[in-house]
Design a protein around this ligand. Structure first.
Ligand code: PAF
Length: 277
């Protein structure tokens, strides 16, 4: 496994990689959710590259950039075990030199849900992912469905900007009680962690109500809210039932609508989603 820290080094190595190249962009502190992406990339491509870069531009000024968990040595050991060929671990200065001044904005899609709650977040995500795609030049890139809106934004960016690669969506990996795996789960204390299982219960409830014939979004949202509010540490930021392509809110729920939520437990903000039907 080669560890590469500069764009120049990556450029030198890139022509030597056997195509297709599968790529998994990460912010490190890897968990099973990331490793599933790497395994999928490994199974589908002769060359696998993973990036580890905690991208400062996708964090708001009051968000957790400084405290975001980091453990590069552990990450490298895990990636080695999965048979990763190349790990790209640039510094912040390598990606954003002092005179950096170009940004990728993904319009309407990026302004809803997470984009509304975290202004500038998707501008940071789209910009860094575009840069990583330009550096790594992958044939396929792998993203988790847990970040459903991120996946949509990246798909839109690649289509709009004619980027020549396939975006592969990989199902969310969950803990035994249903909590979606996330590096931020490590922020939860024992009480918060226990109560956080309610998020998946609420998403399952939406699924069950929809399958049982309930198509009124307001009615489903009401029951989800009531269930989550039974957990005293849960503070709902939003619950949404939206069109899976446009993210426009729905009055009547239709097949494969995206049910998504953001809920705080103490200082930790968790997101999750399912597609109904
Ligand atoms: O999903 C993430 O970990 C990040 O948003 C990504 C795609 C690596 C960009 O920094």
């Amino acid at each position: 496994m080669k560890i590469i820290k500069t764009i120049a080094e990556f450029r030198k190595l890139r022509p030597k990689l056997t195509a297709p190249v599968g790529f998994v962009p990460t912010m490190g502190y890897l968990h099973e959710g990331h490793l599933v992406l790497v395994r999928r990339a490994r199974a589908e491509n002769p060359s696998v590259a993973v990036s580890i870069f905690v991208n400062p531009t996708q964090f708001g000024p009051k968000e957790d950039f400084a405290h975001y968990p980091r453990d590069p040595q552990r990450d490298l050991a895990l990636l080695e075990k999965e048979g990763t060929d190349i790990v790209f671990m640039p510094s912040a200065e390598e990606i954003y030199p002092p005179d950096f001044n170009s940004w990728v904005e993904v319009g309407k899609l990026a302004g809803k849900l997470e984009g509304a709650a975290r202004p500038g977040h998707f501008r940071g995500v789209a910009t860094v992912v575009a840069k990583l795609f330009n550096i790594v030049q992958p044939d396929r890139a792998y993203f988790g469905q847990k970040d459903a809106q991120q996946l949509l934004v990246i798909k839109k960016m690649t289509a709009d900007l004619d980027m020549n690669l396939e975006i592969v969506a990989v199902p969310t990996v969950r803990e035994p009680d249903g909590l979606a795996m996330s590096s931020r789960n490590t922020y939860l204390n024992a009480g918060e962690r226990k109560q956080a299982a309610v998020l998946y219960q609420a998403l399952n409830l939406a699924q069950k109500l929809y399958s049982g014939g309930e198509k009124d979004a307001k009615a489903i949202l009401k029951q989800m809210t009531a269930l989550i509010q039974q957990q005293p540490l849960a503070d709902i930021e939003y619950i949404s039932i939206a069109d899976a392509d446009t993210l426009d809110e729905l009055d009547r729920v239709k097949p494969s609508a995206l049910v998504s939520l953001a809920v705080r437990f103490g200082n930790t903000r968790l997101i999750d989603n399912v597609a109904v039907g």
